[in-house]
Each structure stands twice: as structure tokens, then as C-alpha cells.
Design a protein around this ligand. Sequence first.
Ligand code: PLP
Length: 397
Amino acid sequence: MSEAKATARYRPETRLVHSGALRSQYGETSESIFLTQGFVYDSAEQCEARFKGEEQGFLYSRCSNPNVSMFERRMIDQEGAEAARATATGMAAVTTAILAPLKAGDHVVAAKALFGSCRYVVEDLLPRYGIQSTLVDGLDLDQWRRAMRPNTRTCFLESPTNPTLDVLDISAIAEIAHQGGARLVVDNVFATPIWQSPLSLGADVVVYSATKHIDGQGRCLGGIILSSESFIAEHIHNFMRQTGPSMSPFNAWVLLKGLETLGVRVKAQTESAAKIADVLARHPKVTRLIYPGRADHPQAETVKKQMRAGSTLIGFEVKGGKAGAFRCLNALKISRISNNLGDAKSLVTHPATTTHQRLPPEARAELGISEGFIRFSAGLEHADDLVEDFEQALEQV
Ligand SMILES: Cc1ncc(COP(=O)(O)O)c(C=O)c1O
């Protein structure tokens, strides 16, 4: 196996195509799939040396695999991290990044506005193991400061948030975390590696659901944790090796190929989202429109400071509450109803009855998830077709 030439000096688009590629003696153009559970050794001595870590190489695909390593390497280069571990799903990445370094008696502070399952991990799961957690309004820096305790080890946020697209000030929150002796973990799913680099803003750990834009064609689940060499070595590597939330080699191959087109897809999807957001903002049936690329976004200054562009996602509220939202969703002909996002196909979600249905109505109201609220994830269709589809669907509201 030979490794692709060093690509760190190239621009992101080039790195996303070439970084981390391993090529066999056959000189294949497209990376091969190493669909193997295990590996064989030339001698018992070599096997012993691998197990002792005295010789580099693969042991077993729960620990590492050539495709998983290629995917990790390409993401490390894109994100400006030192090390990474890929996981079976985005939730495996979030759960591992938060849980693996902690022990009973530790404390976590997190923003309230989280994807439903992330909120479950922080709010319900951690306390069962003696790890207390405090949820704060992520936009209110004083709440972050007040929530910090001497035993706070981890702060956690996503930005933009799912589904109301609040943009949290990552560098300010990183500073609060660091002053309190804690690390900041950022879920960067909604921003994508194309538009936001949390490590460069002061975050210590970045997590992704690779299921979303990184695959981008709705095929495979996956996740990844990116951080410093020491964080991955001390807290993540052994936990993953022993407990096994690892990525499958096939999924790693699909996601690696997904990275080759990530930049062009996310740019095209963001352009369409911006165009549709402008149309929705003027529409009489739309009572609220949130799009991080617009000047009227409530945190437009923070967007400018930490993101390179808007988003592939739009949040909007229609007249008529749940009935109005359902009429709009059911009338759309191109955008499909789904709880997923980041796909080549445009997708619409009703968060109150799907991703956030577990929350009591008061908690949803606090987050701005009303009954009429819809999340739209722009796909790769022509923007004018999507606009026309929304115009005809909103007539039904
Ligand atoms: C912000 C965010 N984080 C994490 C996840 C979990 O990812 P996965 O579905 O790959 O487990 C999701 C999934 O929708 C998400 O939207």
C-alpha cells in the first residue's frame, strides 16, 4: 500500500479529493474497499509487535481498518485536527465524545437547543451514571458562566442549532469553558466542514453525523470525532476499541467518496437555500423565517464572525399551526417529508411531531419549535423548481 502524496498544503477542495488515499499495488484510481474483519501476520513475532504497538499496522476492524483510516485522514486534513476516530453513527460520535472522558461526579454544561437524541444523552443518560448536567440558553453567555462548577469537565453545543438555526458564539463559549477548566465539544453537523471550523474558533473536539452532508446521498450512517492527538489517544481510542461503536469499512468507503463532492454539493445547496429563504421571507403565509445567510438572522454578527457562508437549511413557520404545516408538507411535490437532512434530495421535517416530539410542549415552545414550524434541507434540484413547488404548496396553507 502506498499513501497519497502529502496534501496539507493544498486548498480544501483539493484535500477533500485526495487526502488520506491509500493505493494498492494495482494502482487503482478509486480507493479499494477493504471489506475485512481481521488481518493476518507474517509471523507470530509480527503479531506480537502489532499488539504491543511496536509496529504500525492493522489488527482488527473494530480497532481500525484501511477504509476507516482513509476517511479519518481526509476529515483530519479538512478540519485542521490532529487525530480522529470514525464511529458507526453520529449519535455514537456524540455519546462517545461526551461519555468516554467522564466519570461519576463530573458535570456537563450544554445548550438546551440540541438534536433530540443529543439532548437525551445529556439530560437523561448522563445523570443515570452519576454525571450531573445543566442545560442553558446557549445564546446567553451569562447562563454558561453561571452554570460552570468546579467539577465541570465538558461543555457541549451545536451551531447552528437543530431545528431553529440559532448561531451560538463558539469562541466566547470556548473561553468560558477553558476558564472553568473544561473542554468544549461542538456538533458541527448543520454548519458542515465547508462553512465552519470549530477547532480554529477554540473548540477542543468536533463531532459530526457523517450520515448528513458528508454522505449527502442518503445511503450510510456514520459519525466522526476530531480533536488533538492527546484527547483521542487518552479518551477515545481505547474506549472505542473495547466497547465497539466503530464504523464499518463499507460505510467508510462510501463516506470517503462523499467527501470528494462535499464542497460542490454544499455550495450548490447553500445557494438554493439562500434563494428559497428570500422567497419564503416575503410570502404572506410565512409568519417567521430563519436563515443564517440573511441580514435579518438574529445572530447575523456571529454568523459573519464564525461561518464562511449561510446554510443548506432553512427554518420557517407557516400560518395555521400544525394543520397549516401539514397542509404545506403534504402539498409539496419535489421536497419529500423526512426527518433526515443534508441529502441530494430536498427534505422537509415537522420537528414538533418528529425529531423533537419527545420534549414536553413547554420545552418545545421555549426553543421556538412551534406547531407551524418546518425545517427545510435544500437538495441539488434546480432552485427555481423548488421555489415553484413551495409557492404551490403554500397556497394550500
Ligand atoms: C445535529 C445532529 N447531531 C447528531 C445527529 C445524529 O446523527 P446520526 O443519525 O448519524 O446518529 C443528528 C441526526 O439527525 C443531528 O441532526
